[in-house]
Design a protein around this ligand. Structure first.
Ligand code: KG4
Length: 355
């Protein structure tokens, strides 16, 4: 039977599945992922250990490590997915926000790959990606995704935001931090206790052995839905400074209580504004995203709150909390369907808001 070429060409996008290669390089993780029709096929993350000795990410070292990691990481993602290069429909990459040198590596690779393979190129906002990580399916029949609209608490090392999500590509930031982010509060207070960077996961672990009510630290009282963590940081610093005067071993002897009380205060600050927004909007679905969403205390507090108030709570898999390319690929998937492609003259941006 002769092929109906005109019919197949016109409607091929309906019949064919969409396979996206996602690339993430905004900070100190090089990651590549393959997503087919919203279902994850692979997600490879190459973390950079080089920064540990400096107590924070060193931008120049991060971009050099990205250059070394990017080809093996993408190669592994394609191999782990068990697909051929010719099955990729488009390349999605993080355009920003992030470290410019780091972003440049992923952006340049994505542009070169798209040009060589004659593929559409899709730019992704890293923050939008964090939110849409909640939509990555583990299998074709995984239907555990939020319905619209929902509220997303986006908490990472650089952001603390309350986002109203009306559709995959329609998000409004209604509250943001006016100074430090929640992750910074964990990391900077961890530094005061001489914990290694990033301190968030270590504080989380130590907090399990401590009393969350042992010490009270100051909480901000600002209007609206914005956050502030600089006051807490100062109050934490002053508390330790004062206690050390009488007991030089104070931190060592009280580490679990310090961690539990600090974590409890951060969670209370985050949840207070979230509760206010839920009350004002009447939205019954709440998600959490970003590196700090790995925090076990925050996850439990959200689940308890959801149960008390009859809300549906969406918590990402731990591997989707920190920077990963699966979230970039899923955002690319939605943009592909909306026909939102970019051109070869696209450049990375250090600062970008969720639009
Ligand atoms: O999203 P992310 O990987 O990087 C960006 O900021 O883009 O977030 C990193 C932040 C760090 O501040 C780290 O301390 C924090 O997430 N973090 C945690 C936990 N795991 C990571 N904070 C508290 N508890 C955790 N379990």
């Amino acid at each position: 039977m002769p092929k109906n070429i005109l019919f197949e060409d016109t409607y091929s996008h309906i019949f064919m599945s969409v396979t996206i290669l996602g690339i993430e390089s905004s900070c100190d993780d090089t990651s590549a992922a393959i997503i087919r029709d919203g279902v994850i096929l692979s997600n490879v993350i190459s973390s950079q250990k080089v920064h540990e000795q400096y107590g924070g990410v060193v931008p120049e070292l991060a971009s050099r490590a990205h250059q070394q990691n990017i080809i093996p990481t993408i190669d592994a993602a394609i191999k782990n997915a068990g697909i051929g290069l010719d099955e990729i429909s488009a390349v999605a990459f993080t355009r920003g926000p992030g470290l410019l040198g780091s972003l440049l590596v992923g952006t340049s690779f994505a542009k070169g790959f798209a040009l060589a393979r004659k593929l559409p190129l899709i730019e992704v906002n890293h923050l939008q990606g964090h939110v849409l990580a909640l939509f990555v399916k583990q299998s074709p029949d995984d239907n555990n995704q939020p319905e619209f609209p929902f509220i997303c608490l986006l908490v990472s090392g650089g952001n603390s935001q309350l986002v109203v999500v009306r559709s995959p590509l329609d998000m409004e930031v209604v509250g943001t931090t006016i100074d430090d982010a929640a992750g910074e509060a964990f990391d900077k207070c961890g530094k005061v206790m001489e914990l290694p960077y990033p301190s968030g996961p270590i504080i989380d672990k130590l907090a399990k052995e401590g009393n969350p009510k042992a010490i009270s630290f100051s909480k901000p009282s600002i209007e609206g839905y914005n956050y502030s963590f600089s006051g807490l940081k100062t109050s934490f610093l002053y508390h330790i400074r004062d206690e050390i005067k009488t007991n030089p071993n104070y931190v060592k002897e009280n580490l679990p209580d310090l961690c539990a009380s600090l974590q409890n205060t951060i969670i209370e600050i985050l949840l207070n504004k979230l509760k206010k927004l839920v009350k004002a909007t009447g939205i019954k679905q709440v998600g959490v995203a970003g590196g700090v969403s790995a925090n076990s205390g925050l996850r439990q507090a959200l689940l308890d709150y959801g149960e008390r108030e009859g809300l549906k709570i969406f918590i990402p898999k731990i591997s989707f909390t920190t920077d990963n390319a699966a979230m970039i690929a899923i955002t690319g998937y939605y943009k592909y369907q909306a026909g939102l492609f970019t051109t070869q003259d696209v450049a990375p941006l250090a600062r970008m808001d969720i639009r």
